[in-house]
Design a protein around this ligand. Structure first.
Ligand code: NAP
Length: 297
């Protein structure tokens, strides 16, 4: 059983779902006196056996520590829990690691500011098993001094990947959405490929090593295209939009002929068509940023 260490700052974790339990376990393992609360109290059993204190109410949980970490399903649930506790949050730092939009983060920060509560909004770019390992990336935004005050405690969740971004409380959520978009883009590309190869009985496990090689190639595109996007100039040092557009047509046709879902390649092809129509047929693929900067058509 990990022992809490009197020299470590106390911390409270509200929300003990898959992620919240992992967060609380990491604080405990790092020696922080850890108070927990969850709507379904039984989810605290193992943590309590490991040394956590189960609070009888949200108010009791908040009172136990200067840092209150919240990790529940969504912002509506977080506010449902925190709103009635406005009076007891005075002097506390709330670190909300619940996933949401930047607007929700800023709105919650404004609510907290109105109460004189210091509010950090956080984004967890990790699965529960990665918490407290070098694979865990946790992004924070909000008042810098609140992060500095509790940085040592928060680093128990992943010292290498704990990153303070900015005073704008919406920035961590915006990074979260931007990074998740990459995850789904890559995952959906993999699933498209697995479906195509599956038509000739190639197993996904056989495809995976080459898929991972391709994902590494894409990291080189990201590195090359980021400065082009920042500069607003897209020299086609590798391949033009026209070449990409033709290849996307092949992918869409291949999918349709094999009876595989072609919605993604058709969408990507449409974006290259629009980029070409906007004068970027001879530009690099980075020129599609101008399509992404517009609202959906
Ligand atoms: P989960 O296992 O479904 O747990 C949800 C938690 O929210 C539970 O503690 C649940 O309480 C609580 N909750 C929901 N509605 C509530 C309400 N109205 N009042 C009080 N408590 C309420 O979800 P999770 O995986 O831990 O995810 C929690 C947050 O972390 C989400 O915002 C998620 O996007 C984010 N996140 C998760 C992962 C991941 O890999 N799991 C990764 C990054 C970020 P009960 O136990 O009583 O139902």
């Amino acid at each position: 059983m990990p022992k809490t260490d009197g020299s470590r700052a106390p911390v409270t974790v509200i929300g003990l779902g898959l992620m919240g339990r992992s967060l609380a376990a990491a604080f405990l393992a790092a020696g922080h006196p850890t108070t927990v609360w969850n709507r379904t109290a039984a989810k605290a059993d193992r943590l309590v056996a490991e040394g956590a204190t189960l609070a009888a109410s949200v108010g009791e949980a908040i009172a136990a520590s200067p840092l209150v970490v919240v990790c529940v399903t969504d912002y509506a649930a977080a506010r449902e829990l925190l709103d009635p506790q406005a009076g007891s949050l005075d002097g506390k730092v709330v670190a909300n690691l619940t996933t949401g939009t930047s607007a929700q983060a800023r709105e919650t920060a404004a609510w907290a500011a109105g109460l004189g509560v210091r509010y950090l909004d956080g984004a967890i770019m990790a699965i529960p098993a990665d918490i407290a390992t070098d694979a865990a990336v946790l992004l924070y935004s909000g008042p810098a001094e609140a992060f500095e005050e509790h940085g040592e405690t928060l680093r128990a969740l992943g010292a290498a990947g704990t990153t303070y971004l900015d005073t704008d409380p919406g920035l961590s959520a915006l990074y979260d959405m931007s990074l998740l978009g990459i995850m789904w883009g890559v995952l959906n590309g993999f699933l498209q490929g697995a479906a195509l190869l599956g038509t000739v009985q190639v197993r996904a496990t056989a495809f995976a090593p080459l898929a991972n090689t391709m994902i590494k190639v894409v990291t080189e595109y990201v590195t090359a295209y980021a400065p082009q996007i920042d500069a607003g100039a897209y020299p086609a040092d590798d391949a033009t939009v026209t070449v990409h557009r033709d290849a996307l047509e092949h992918l869409a046709e291949e999918s349709e002929k094999l009876g595989v879902n072609a919605e993604l390649p058709r969408l990507f092809k449409a974006l290259t068509d629009r980029a070409a129509a906007d004068g970027h047929a001879g530009s690099s693929y980075a020129a599609l940023i101008e399509q992404f900067r517009k609202p959906s058509s």
